[in-house]
Design a binder for this molecule. Structure first.
Ligand SMILES: *Cc1c(COP(=O)(O)O)cnc(C)c1O
Length: 409
């Protein structure tokens, strides 16, 4: 008899998006004529940059003849892509990385979910709240999160509230933790940390021997000069931080699948006896054993993101989403809503009118303005009283949605 990993039984269903779907379906039964506008989309909608399409077409043609065919590639990724990543994403910001510190993958979700395999199950950990659910659920799966309390929080997870009260800047944990996940620019709040604010976390990690997993999936949306694009812009971060990036939101690769993880040579964790072990060779071993590389075609597509054409095209698409975010943010502010994010991220985090819960606000926008948003409480206890709007829709829909909210308000 095979015994299961019972930690999986502790996972709560991710009911958020199915709950939303249920309510939307119930609405449609009584309002068959209504044209819904969906501001809850967590996926890009604009097509891939033509430079990536051309590069992938060429790569497919290479696959068609024996002389240029590519079979298994290096598990860590092809040098052509790793070198482009280092040159454009890091060296250009004064960060030196060697090719063996970059691991190309099939996306940031896999890497954020898998990275915990390098660490013992009984490390203590912290997350910001509200949060991208992968950080919590992947730790539940290996038993690291402890037991679920009455308050909906896991016993071995320190929740760091991010709310309007602290301007979405988390306080350092009260008790030292071994592992912390940071995501900036943030999903779901769309907020960021400045250099000085992120430095506090790097300094904390250095002083407390804490490992930071830094998710920079929304780096391409940064517009303000004081927002770090990489955690390695902060002195000392290479000793304590792993950074994870993705081509998904940068270049529309959500359906293509490509990302990468930086594990600097200096990052270490300890054995029970206190011996320091570098994580880079461990992650390399993990990937070589369990991952057979991102497809050649995909990596050629990702490489094209860094071409002059690709950069122009990527910037145009991001500007399109950023413009949606800006017009929604300004519109909502004019109507008197408290709005956060949307400057360096495609997400707006909107405070519900006084005393209204996330779900109540959701229902009223659905029934009275025919808009679908995402209730903030679905991302964690501190998300209560907020909803998330995304800027991934069309210009026309964003404009009409603001018009509808204006009438509603
Ligand atoms: C979208 C997203 C990712 C990217 O995931 P991929 O697997 O690369 O598509 C990673 N982290 C966060 C917080 C995200 O919102």
């Amino acid at each position: 008899m095979a015994l299961i990993n019972e930690h999986f039984l502790k996972l709560r269903g991710n009911y958020l998006f199915s709950d939303i779907a249920k309510r939307v379906n119930a609405f449609k039964v009584t309002h068959p004529e209504a044209r819904l506008i969906r501001l809850g989309i967590g996926d890009v909608t604009r097509p891939l940059p033509p430079a990536c399409i051309d590069a992938m077409h060429r790569a497919v043609d290479e696959m068609a003849s024996a002389g240029t065919f590519h079979g298994y590639g290096p598990e860590q990724g092809y040098d052509f892509l790793i070198n482009a990543i280092i040159k454009h994403d890091f060296a250009s910001r004064g960060i030196n990385l060697s090719p063996s510190e970059v691991f190309v993958s099939d996306g940031a979700k896999s890497d954020t979910g898998n990275i915990g395999e390098l660490l013992r199950w009984d490390n203590s950990m912290a997350i910001t709240d509200p949060v991208y659910p992968v950080y919590v659920d992947s730790n539940i799966m290996c038993g690291r999160s402890g037991v679920l309390g009455e308050d909906g929080k896991w016993s071995n997870v320190a929740y760091l509230p991010c709310t309007a009260e602290n301007r979405f800047v988390p306080e350092l944990p009260e008790h030292r933790v071994d592992l912390i996940y940071l995501c900036y620019p943030n999903n779901p709040t769309g907020t960021t940390l400045t250099h000085a604010q992120l430095k506090k976390w790097v300094d904390y990690a250095l002083a407390n021997d804490t490992l930071i997993v830094f998710d920079a999936a929304y780096e391409a949306f940064i517009t303000e000069p004081d927002v770090p694009h990489s955690i390695y812009e902060i002195r000392g971060a290479k000793k304590v931080a792993i950074e994870i990036r993705s081509f998904s939101k940068t270049a529309g690769f959500t359906g293509v699948r490509c990302g990468y993880t930086v594990v600097p040579k200096e990052v270490t964790a300890a054995t029970l006896e206190g011996e320091r072990i570098a994580l880079n060779p461990l992650w390399n071993r993990r990937q070589c054993t369990k991952f057979n590389g991102t497809s050649y075609i995909t990596q050629r597509g990702a490489e094209a993101v860094y071409s002059a054409e690709g950069q122009r095209q990527v910037k145009d698409t991001i500007a399109y989403y950023q413009d949606n975010a800006r017009s929604m943010r300004e519109g909502l502010q004019k109507m008197g809503f408290q709005v956060f994010g949307g400057v360096n991220a495609p997400y707006l985090w909107v405070k519900a009118p006084e005393g209204m819960t996330s779900w109540k606000f959701f229902d009223r926008l659905l029934y009275e303005a025919h808009l679908v948003v995402t209730p903030g409480v679905g991302f964690g206890p501190s998300g209560e009283g907020y909803v998330r709007l995304t800027a991934f829709g069309t210009r026309e829909d964003c404009t009409e949605a603001m018009e509808r909210i204006r009438k509603w308000a």
